[in-house]
Design a protein around this ligand. Structure first.
Ligand SMILES: *Cc1c(COP(=O)(O)O)cnc(C)c1O
Length: 464
């Protein structure tokens, strides 16, 4: 974001200098502050922007992100073919809408919605929008319930852990709900069920549970929290819904640990979000929100758009959005099936544990997390060094690798870690190359540690 207004716009200077006929893109200036007066030919513009973007990191070497950076050529082709379709125009593009509905069905079933349940769901721009929409519905339901009982409804709160993504704090602030944030446990990096129970009361609109934290990839104890909330419902009549943030795990656990109960098999789990653009293996931005039951989505929150002479309900924050990623998700589901996703997920988990064991075996690093649910590896130095993980993160950038170093949330904020998300295209061969590179980078820092220790360490934070 830039707010400074400096006018260095000496556009078309080169034209004066070299004359109108000197047509070479390397002599053209780019607009940075003012709308340019004249036109520039499209080939030059393409080349200039293309070259400038070479300064970005290489997405395939970006081990910081959970987000997909590679899809198959046939998926790319479908994406290009549908880039110009606005998803919200259901009247004009009814078939994209049908495909979205099919995926909602597929996701609800993947998340084990009980037989015969009239679930409801929607695509979103990502998990963030899905979280906002899910929690907003719970806020409305809570208020409605309070009003019906003649009780005050002006003090809603939401309970979640400090291990959640920033979108949870955002929801609380934007939608004016008191956040009751549970500190993470030292040495565990997730919340525990008992501390959730200490925070909930009659004004709690929902409890947030994260499956695959962005910090260490670990799971909040969803079954224990569910069981204690069921007990509370039976004993005190307080029926508090759980919203599961399965941004990452939503496309991992159903394939990797199908027996693990985290979804609609648990009584209090009323809504779930996941990111299609993470382990759904689609480019950004696509998310999914599924409610266990249609009645969880209040009628007042639905808006109707014209659909072949009919009215279609929609539940979104955005209005216009692309169709391509929904279609790309359908491509993956149809192409890979349970079999394909299962193989890919198993491979990613294997590669993650291979990376863990190689880092440990080097003696230079200590693996911090228990990466048993999603393919994320976090680590730090095995002993104190004269330089920091931030220095190392900076150093391996020389080879193109992007790996973030960051501090954990309060109560563990003295712990600094590095995180690698093992995505599908981070192959075993790439793991080997990476391990070699990071060991070399560390060696170089040891050699030059007198110099580097005088440099101030940079701030770091997890990137998704
Ligand atoms: C990535 C992530 C989010 C945000 O999801 P987007 O799809 O990027 O909007 C929320 N929660 C968790 C746990 C995440 O990993």
């Amino acid at each position: 974001m830039v707010s400074k207004r400096v006018d260095i716009n000496k556009l078309r200077d080169s034209e004066k200098k070299y004359g109108k006929n000197y047509k070479r893109f390397t002599n053209l200036d780019v607009p940075k502050y003012k709308f340019p007066q004249s036109q520039m030919d499209s080939r030059s513009v393409y080349q200039i922007i293309h070259d400038e973007l070479n300064l970005d990191g290489n997405p395939d070497l970006n081990l910081a992100t959970f987000v997909t950076t590679w899809m198959e050529p046939e998926a790319d082709q479908l994406i290009m073919e549908n880039l110009h379709k606005n998803f919200i125009d259901h009247f004009e593009y009814p078939q994209v809408n049908k495909i979205e509905e099919r995926i909602v069905n597929i996701m609800a079933n993947l998340f084990n919605v009980p037989d015969g349940n009239d679930f409801i769901g929607t695509s979103t721009i990502g998990s963030s929008e899905a979280i906002m929409l899910g929690l907003l519905a719970h806020k409305w339901n809570w208020r409605q319930m309070r009003k019906e009982k003649g009780l005050p409804a002006d003090n809603p709160n939401i309970v979640f852990g400090a291990d959640t993504h920033v979108s949870w704090d955002k929801f609380a602030r934007y939608f004016d709900v008191e956040p009751r944030v549970i500190p993470i446990e030292e040495g565990r990096f997730t919340i525990n069920a008992e501390s959730v129970m200490k925070q909930v009361d009659e004004n709690t609109i929902a409890v947030g549970v994260v499956l695959g934290t962005t910090f260490t990839g670990e799971f909040d104890p969803v079954q224990e929290i569910n069981d204690l909330l069921v007990k509370l419902k039976k004993e005190k009549g307080l029926d508090i819904p759980i919203h599961v943030d399965a941004a990452s795990a939503g496309f991992i656990t159903p394939f990797y640990e199908p027996e693990f109960k985290w979804d609609f098999r648990l009584e209090q789990v009323q809504s779930i979000n996941t990111s299609g653009h993470k382990f759904g293996l689609v480019y950004p931005g696509l998310g999914w929100l599924i409610f266990r039951n249609q009645k969880l989505l209040p009628e007042e929150l639905k808006f109707y758009v014209n659909y072949l002479g009919d009215e279609m309900p929609t539940y979104t924050l955005n209005f216009s959005e692309g169709s391509s990623m929904i279609i790309a998700q359908y491509f993956n589901i149809m192409h890979l099936g349970m079999e394909g996703y299962t193989k890919i997920v198993n491979r990613m988990m294997d590669n993650a544990s291979y990376l863990s064991s190689r880092l440990e075996a080097s003696g230079e690093f200590k693996v911090m997390n228990d990466a048993k649910h999603i393919p994320v590896v976090t680590f730090s130095f095995s002993k104190k060094e004269k330089f920091t993980l931030f220095d190392l993160s900076y150093r391996i950038r020389e080879r193109g690798w992007i790996v973030p170093a960051y501090s954990l949330p309060p109560h563990a904020d003295d712990v600094t870690i590095m995180r690698v998300v093992v995505r599908e295209n981070f192959t075993r061969d790439m793991v080997d190359i990476f391990v070699e590179d990071i060991l070399n980078a560390k060696k170089a820092l040891v050699t030059g540690s007198i110099k580097t220790s005088q440099r101030s360490s940079r701030e770091g934070h997890p990137v998704s």
